[in-house]
Design a protein around this ligand. Structure first.
Ligand code: FAD
Length: 405
């Protein structure tokens, strides 16, 4: 028996980020299960790293994200050793063919974009996806296809051609009048099994998230949700899907290497929408699904609009004046409102401003808020954390403001 002893992976230790503690009243100390946090006279935590187990409880409870995990130099050495051991195991255990670079699957070709629609009107994210899809299709030298499902929606196929689609698969039937998971996912799976696309893009909207998960499960393929960047590796015919990971602290590029189609959802406003070319035309392929209303369990009885009067849609604004913790009070948002009104824009904010109760959550920009793409985005009192940046980095002009309230 020559088995190597398994090394325990270190979890890191907690530390205070200078200048971020808001002296909340020792929440980190009260939650620590190992009692390794003591407080200074000013009310800031001091952590005994020799006893900290890296459980992250203090990090989760901290209202100002003033604590973070880091690895001591001894722990880093252990992590490097684990990585070396894993590499060695992989080299010895992996089948030679599994290590070969995948080159796509010959049966699967083409880039597909699901055109989401409500009441025969397409969600703009569909056109954004066709725009990025046309770039990917060109690089892979394949067709760009729009998938149009609904009732009386043929005109959306023609619109899709003007945004770059070469072909549209149309399923036009009263059964698709309202979005319901069952008929829509069955329709998309039917098309995918028949025509075999290599890439399928869907908007990360409420409908898109629901549909994409169901389709990926049925097709037994990978799905990368909420992508903020897409590209292709031509040689391996892989879709490089970039999205925030580990709580938004890193941007990860993910690939689906051994199942097809490669599926991704993309948040609205993350991709640039190309200008329409009204002269473009394409081929419409009519398809039919053998499905009857009586077989569908879900019935739509009434549609209730969630939008209340007076609610602001920050995603549609051309000018956004945004405020963060640096504004120091709810009252100071009045200054931003004055500027926004002058420009005909809207006020948005960071999560800190929402957490502080200064702004309602519908105004939050970022990973857990909304993605915006205005002509001008002015950020006042916002530090630019990655979770905020992913929601506004594609704005045309970015400006950081210093406030003198
Ligand atoms: C899973 C997860 C999801 C998240 N999702 C989001 C999200 O969707 N959106 C989001 O915004 N955050 C999100 N966050 C939080 C994010 O990590 C940051 O904590 C947050 O964005 C910081 O907000 P802020 O920039 O307003 O505050 P701070 O980082 O505290 O920055 C305040 C800034 O104001 C400046 N300042 C102070 N006084 C003035 C002044 N007088 N004039 C000008 N500047 C001044 C300071 O120098 C500083 O740069 C998320 C975090 C996690 C873990």
């Amino acid at each position: 028996m020559n088995e190597k002893k398994k090394i325990r992976k270190p979890l890191g230790v907690a530390r205070l980020i200078e200048g971020k503690c808001i002296l909340c009243g020792a929440r980190c100390q009260s939650i620590c299960p190992k009692h390794v946090v003591t407080m200074t006279e000013q009310g800031e935590p001091v952590i005994d790293i020799s006893l900290c187990t890296g459980c992250k409880k203090c990090i989760t409870i901290c209202p100002s994200q003033a604590l973070e995990i880091y690895f001591t130099s001894e722990q880093e050495k252990i992590l490097e050793q684990i990585a070396r051991d894993q590499q060695e195991t992989l080299l010895h255990e992996e089948e030679p063919e599994a290590l070969e670079k995948p080159r796509g699957h010959d049966e699967y070709r083409g880039v597909w974009v699901f055109v989401e629609q409500i009441n025969e009107e397409a969600a703009p994210v569909s056109w954004e996806l066709l725009s990025v899809g046309s770039v990917l299709a060109k690089q892979l030298d394949v067709e760009l296809c729009a998938i149009v499902i609904g009732e009386k929606v043929e005109q959306l196929c023609h619109l899709a051609f003007t945004y770059g689609a070469d072909k549209a698969y149309l399923m036009d039937d009263p059964i698709f009048r309202y979005y319901r998971t069952e008929p829509y996912f069955k329709a998309l799976c039917y098309l995918s099994k028949k025509y075999k696309p290599e890439i399928m893009l869907i908007g990360a909207t409420g409908v898109g998230r629901d549909l994409a998960g169901a389709v990926a499960t049925e097709l037994n393929t990978g799905l990368t949700a909420d992508c903020t960047g897409l590209a292709v590796d031509n040689e391996r015919r892989l879709l490089m899907q970039t999205r925030p990971a580990f709580g938004g602290n890193i941007m990860a590029t993910i690939t689906t290497e051994r199942s097809w189609p490669q599926m991704a959802t993309v948040r609205p406003h993350t991709m640039h929408m190309h200008e329409r070319d009204t002269s473009r035309q394409g081929e419409i392929v009519n398809e039919k699904l053998d499905m009857y209303e009586e077989e569908i369990a879900t019935k739509v009885i009434e549609i209730i609009e969630r939008k209340q009067s007076g609610e602001v849609d920050i995603t549609a604004a051309d000018y956004i004046i945004s405020g963060g913790r640096g504004l120091q009070s709810a009252d100071n948002f009045r200054l931003l409102k004055e500027l926004a009104d002058e420009l005909g824009g809207v006020v948005a904010c960071s999560r800190s401003a929402v957490d502080a109760g200064w702004m309602p959550s519908e105004h939050q920009v970022g990973q857990t808020g909304k993605t915006v793409r205005p002509k001008i985005y002015v950020a006042c009192g916002i530090s630019g954390a990655i979770q905020h940046l992913v929601g506004m980095q594609n704005s045309d002009i970015l400006s950081q403001g210093k406030l003198k309230p």
